[in-house]
Design a binder for this molecule. Structure first.
Ligand code: VG1
Ligand code: CO
Length: 556
């Protein structure tokens, strides 16, 4: 094949955040903008990681993915990649890319997604690169890519026609080939080894159990019918918004109480379904709801970790548990009780991969609706739904028709009674002015530097305050400035971070947590239980002064 060399100039700001490079579509459609980043990536990898190698490519179906896929294919060919596996129509969820990389022993893969950020010509686009064990590229790689974007001068692009991505099959161009694959099969095959599908099928076919899944017009629309309906016997009308659309039906494909309001309303209506779930743009997040009941993600991972006997994948035991720093301590209590190794990592799934590869970690989660295990190296929305269905099915497997079933809320309340309840809430202030948000974090860092154990904050007594630093126990790499935290003597915590996934301005996240061992206080609504701590969080940071915001954009 003929390879053309195209001269180019660097673009500023091609720095990846918590999860890949995310910008407005208009930024990505500037001539050579995407091409520069892809070429910079190849310039950053050792040649043995891609020359004549195998890569995977897919995405969440958002606007610009079709054009982007052709650009990526041609630059990959131009740099000597041997073969690319592409999801049909360019579709592959983030967890599916991770599964395909692992199963096909690929060198890595690209995910075209801005996850839960809205899509369409006016909105966001994004790209992530995952490595050979299926995990998001570590900072050592993404820093190198960024460095190379600043000095790039040439793009190597193969002179080949666009590939038809609408049909499964192989297209060859000399020594380079593209294989269009079914986006579901490898992923589904893996899930069938993780879960007892017959057990779940038994639950979903009960007349006294009603299930609903909201794909939010995002990538899990491509997976919901083959998995929940065709394999597990759910009815077709249990899937809502099941067709992936380029603009997610004008929605914000983020499964939380604000952006998945339609699903929440259905579950909270009188005589609503027994189980509801949703996933995000690229299929790695999940929200779990019972009838009139919301499972906070920090509790969700703790409940799954405490109930692994319902999931065959864990039959040989659980190696360890982990959560991101702002995620509540509910999981810590499970680890302690079960005497399991436990890890606290910075925000972002990339920090779990090393622990999994080293055989130290089986189940982990983030408060941001991310839950998963070491079956792959990404969080996995459908996995979390199947994990919960397994738990409910396992608990009810001996229930006769007509007998009352143990519900989602029963399972969570029982968990709280055993372990205590970690009340948790997150306040997001989206798209603030960067200047004010940065100043607020500086101000907090200054408080941290002057604080000492025993300082009084209203009725709370400080145990310590810091800006979280993490040393990876496997490779020794260190990351700092991962979130300002105030930890009090009763275990309560207030944490402040700036988002690393936005595409405009700054999003301030405030995380609030308080532990309550007393069962008689577990039924209080989280916002009420946490009110004093939330007020404290807002006043200590002078958030209203720095951001000019009276109210958060999203509360979870
Ligand atoms: C957010 C979440 C983080 C998650 C990341 C990617 O990052 O807080 O927990 O890993 O999104 O999720 P940030 O930096 O905006 O707080 V996804 O579904 O976009 O891959
Ligand atoms: Co996502």
């Amino acid at each position: 094949i003929k390879i053309n060399s195209i001269p180019t100039k660097p673009f500023e700001g091609q720095k990846t955040g918590t999860s890949g490079l995310r910008k407005k579509v208009k930024v990505f459609t500037q001539e050579n903008y995407l091409a520069n980043w892809i070429q910079a990536l190849f310039n950053s990898l050792p040649p043995e990681d891609y020359k004549n190698g195998l890569l995977v490519l897919g995405g969440d179906g958002r606007y610009f993915n079709r054009e982007a896929a052709q650009i990526i294919i041609k630059i990959a060919a131009g740099n000597g990649v041997g073969k690319i596996l592409v999801g049909k129509e360019g579709i592959l969820s983030t967890p599916a890319v991770s599964a395909v990389i692992r199963k096909q022993k690929a060198n890595g893969g690209f995910i075209m997604s801005a996850s839960h950020n809205p899509g369409g010509p006016e909105y966001d686009w994004g790209i992530k690169f995952n490595y050979s064990s299926g995990q998001p590229a570590p900072e050592s790689i993404t820093d190198k890519i960024y460095g190379n974007t600043l000095s790039i001068s040439e793009i190597k692009i193969a002179d080949v026609p666009d590939v038809d991505l609408s049909k499964v099959g192989v297209t060859k161009f000399g020594s380079f080939s593209v294989e269009v694959i079914d986006p579901v099969s490898d992923y589904l095959e893996l899930l069938e080894t993780v879960f007892d599908f017959q057990l779940i099928k038994g639950l979903l076919s009960r007349p006294d159990f009603r299930f609903i899944f909201d794909a939010m017009h995002a990538v899990t629309g491509a997976y919901a019918k083959p998995i929940f309906v065709d394999k597990l016997g759910a009815s077709l009308d249990s899937i809502s918004n099941g067709i992936p659309l380029e603009d997610f039906g004008h929605g914000h494909p983020d499964p939380n109480l604000t952006y998945a309001k339609d699903l929440v309303n259905i579950l909270y209506a009188e005589n609503g379904p027994d189980f509801g779930a949703a996933s995000d743009g690229d299929g790695d997040r999940n929200m779990i709801l019972g009838r009139s009941f919301f499972v906070t993600p920090s509790d969700s991972v703790a409940v799954i970790a405490a109930n692994t006997e319902a999931i065959p994948y864990f039959k040989n035991g659980v190696k360890g548990l982990a959560r991101s720093m702002p995620t509540s301590g509910a999981l810590d209590r499970v680890a302690e009780k079960l005497s399991l190794p436990f890890f606290e990592v910075p925000t972002g799934w990339k920090f779990f991969g090393n622990l999994m590869d080293a055989g130290n970690l089986s189940v982990c989660g983030e408060e941001s609706f991310g839950t998963g295990s070491d079956h792959i190296r990404e969080k996995d929305g459908i996995w979390a739904v199947l994990a919960w269905l397994s738990i409910i099915a396992h608990r009810n497997k001996d229930k006769k028709p007509g007998e009352k079933l143990i519900s989602v809320s029963d399972v969570v309340k029982e968990h709280w009674a055993t372990y205590g309840r970690n009340f948790f809430s997150r306040y997001d202030y989206e798209e603030c002015e960067s200047e004010g948000a940065n100043k607020m974090i500086e101000y907090l860092r200054d408080i941290v530097s002057k604080s000492k154990a025993g300082d009084k904050y209203g009725s709370y007594v400080l145990q310590f305050a810091d800006d979280f630093t993490y040393t990876d126990p496997v490779d020794g790499s260190v990351v700092s400035k991962q979130g300002v935290r105030f930890v009090f003597t009763d275990g309560s915590r207030i944490i402040y971070r700036l988002s690393g996934t936005g595409s405009a301005g700054a999003t301030v996240r405030v995380y609030i947590e308080q532990f309550e061992p007393d069962v008689s206080k577990h039924d209080v609504e989280a916002q009420i239980a946490l009110k004093p701590l939330i007020d404290l969080a807002i006043s200590v940071s002078k958030l209203k002064d720095f951001t000019g915001r009276e109210q958060p954009t999203v509360i979870t």
